[in-house]
Design a protein around this ligand. Structure first.
Ligand SMILES: [Zn+2]
Length: 630
């Protein structure tokens, strides 16, 4: 049962796209929305209990509360001020951000409201210093055209981005504040019944519509997808943090399989009529005193308790695998990890992990189990353990319903893991520090006119193709890349070939990145300076990549140092002639034997010596002339 029929399981996917806007300021202060290289300030806070001001406790907040966490924030005064630190109320809404959000709403035919109300959305992971994120509903409804079909738009919101997670440690989390407060637009699309590849197409189309405005940020991290996925009208699972489109397709495929697997597991459990009461949770610490398992012994040494949960008629259910890798046992293992507990052992996998047959026998006897009964063992400190045991019991009882509604996070290899329960509806409440913002009819009209005048993505590509004589593939690559503005700037003086500039920006730099080098070290000013040196004949074409490689590997901090370190320069004609003559003399036998054909070999020898100092084309021409003249 490895193949899956997406139509038959009624796969529904709703996309939520978060796109950073390209403004000069943050949403509610004058700080510049730039990434900082270094953080000169650090302060710490302990995680606030997030109780929404409407009084209801949020299940996700409660869950997070079970983990005691200290939060460290790192800041740079260039990119953050007292607003980010929550020591000063927010300033006025950035006008550009408002304008761009209205334009995007218009382009999606979404109905813009005459008044915008700022709301606070409870955030429980410490990624906002205030404990909430500010969000504004700008418009509702609308359509996105994808291959001639209309995909419904639910809403467009203008929001502030969260702080960037630097490192997540056991009981401490580290965030930087440079990204906090960067304006972003959240576009929520109606759920659609489609295949994973169809969702990728929708995300691609929306991303391109946004880039066509030329008012959004580009590159990895500037656009993020959250995906709401359900099958067979079961619980909706929210998957966060998908950054690449290929990953999106893979994750939806995995989630469809996982969810359908859980539905099949639920159908099987339904027939068993499972009840678990308090009497089914027993302390078995004593029984494991002599157990040889290192995991158990480590737990006992750290004064942990060991508890067992008895589930009548449950034998075989933890290990039942409707799809490869999809098991209830694995789900529960992920769940307890979020209470800081390493994992669980269940009856379908024991004896194993140095837990012997005799250990298992003792547990079964203590729990008074019949052959068809199952059990689960978990170790941990008292308070954590109680939370974990309760959530396991609830998870097993809920398993009859198939898929629990929860928030998961995407992994690099295209799977998803449990993050937290889904937050309740009480997460939003009004922002009291900012009065409502009016959107007069003339602003709405202006947004509509701008939308009409904005070139579509296809038109933009055609324009680049024509203006710079690039092929369509390179035009698309440049336009979708983070380097679009840089490309136009470098080509402005018409001294460099656009084709060469585009291929360096879109292919050479990417290749260096694939080799593990850091593209963030290479700043736009480095790239511009290098192309200027090339245009004025101070360096040959070949040395661009050498300079970039040196900077991206952290060996140099600027172009001048990189040139010194790599010995890049344009050597004079005299010196070059001398070097080439010497190479020919040293290889006279070869030249005599092969004549003009020797040039290929000589070229290899010569370029080793003059790499980065002379253009390959010139070297080749000179060598050929010299050999023919002999
Ligand atoms: Zn600020």
């Amino acid at each position: 049962m490895a193949k899956i029929d997406f139509e038959k399981i009624d796969l529904k996917v709703g996309l939520e796209i978060h796109q950073q806007l390209n403004t000069n300021k943050k949403l509610f202060c004058k700080c510049r929305p730039i990434e900082s290289d270094e953080y000169t300030e650090k302060f710490s806070r302990s995680l606030r209990t997030a109780k929404s001001e409407l009084g209801e406790l949020d299940p996700a907040a409660l869950f997070e509360k079970t983990k005691s966490t200290k939060i460290n924030y790192y800041a740079n005064s260039q990119s953050s001020c007292l607003v980010e630190k929550d020591e000063e109320p927010p300033h006025d809404l950035d006008r550009d951000a408002k304008k761009i959000s209205l334009l995007i709403s218009s382009m999606l035919e979404s109905k813009i409201f005459g008044e915008i109300h700022v709301m606070r959305k409870t955030v429980i992971d410490g990624s906002n210093t205030t404990g909430f994120q500010r969000t504004m509903l700008v418009s509702q409804g609308g359509n996105l055209k994808v291959n001639g079909k209309n995909i419904g738009v639910q809403a467009v919101c203008l929001e502030e981005d969260a702080a960037k997670l630097l490192k997540d440690e056991q009981n401490e989390r580290n965030y930087s504040l440079d990204r906090l407060g960067v304006p972003l637009v959240e576009i929520a699309l109606e759920p659609v019944s489609t295949k994973p590849s169809g969702v990728k197409e929708i995300a691609l189309t929306l991303g391109r519509l946004l880039r066509a405005t030329r008012m959004v940020k580009r590159g990895i991290g500037s656009i993020r997808q959250d995906v709401n996925i359900s099958v067979m009208n079961s619980g909706v699972v929210e998957v966060k943090g998908v950054q690449q489109l290929d990953q999106l397709e893979k994750i939806i495929g995995y989630e469809a399989k996982r969810q359908h697997g859980l539905v099949l597991i639920g159908e099987k459990i339904k027939k068993l009529s499972i009840t678990i009461t308090k009497e089914d949770v027993l302390d078995v610490t004593e029984i494991f005193k002599d157990c040889e398992s290192k995991i158990i012994q480590n737990a006992l040494q750290s004064k942990a308790k060991i508890k067992a949960i008895r589930i009548r008629n449950f034998s075989g259910m933890f290990g039942f695998e409707p799809y490869p890798g999809i098991r209830l046992g694995k789900e529960i293992g992920q769940l307890v990890r979020f209470f800081g507990i390493g994992g669980i052992f269940h009856s379908d996998e024991l004896p194993n992990y140095e837990i012997s047959d005799s250990d298992v026998g003792k547990v079964r006897k203590h729990l008074d189990l019949a052959d068809g009964d199952g059990f689960l063992i978990i170790a941990g400190e008292n308070t954590k353990l109680d939370y974990a045991v309760n959530s396991i019991v609830k998870r097993i009882q809920d398993a009859v319903n198939g898929v629990p509604a929860e928030t998961r996070v995407a992994t690099q290899d295209g799977e998803t893991i449990f993050l937290r329960p889904r937050p309740g509806a009480s997460r939003m409440y009004p922002e009291t520090d900012i009065p409502s913002i009016s959107v007069p009819p003339e602003e709405i009209k202006l947004a509509g006119d701008t939308a009409d005048a904005t070139k579509s993505w296809d038109e933009s590509i055609a324009e680049i193709q024509q203006k710079y004589s690039l092929n369509s593939q390179l035009s698309e690559q440049v336009f979708d890349s983070v380097y679009m503005e840089l490309f136009e700037k470098i080509c402005e003086n018409k001294k460099n070939s656009p084709n060469f500039v585009a291929s360096i920006l879109c292919s050479s730099i990417t290749n260096l990145e694939r080799q593990g080098l850091d593209a963030t070290l290479l700043k736009p000013e480095h790239i511009i300076e290098s192309f200027e040196l090339l245009a004025s004949g101070k360096i040959p074409k070949e040395s661009l990549e050498i300079i970039f490689e040196n900077i991206m590997s952290g060996k140099s901090e600027n172009v001048a140092t990189a040139m010194q370190n790599t010995d890049v320069s344009n050597i004079g004609e005299g010196e070059l002639n001398e070097i080439l003559d010497k190479i020919i003399q040293n290889n006279m036998d070869l030249v005599k034997e092969r004549g003009e054909h020797a040039v290929v070999t000589l070229m290899g020898i010569a370029m080793k010596e003059v790499r980065g100092k002379a253009s390959g084309k010139i070297v080749n021409n000179l060598l050929r002339k010299k050999v023919l003249r002999l």
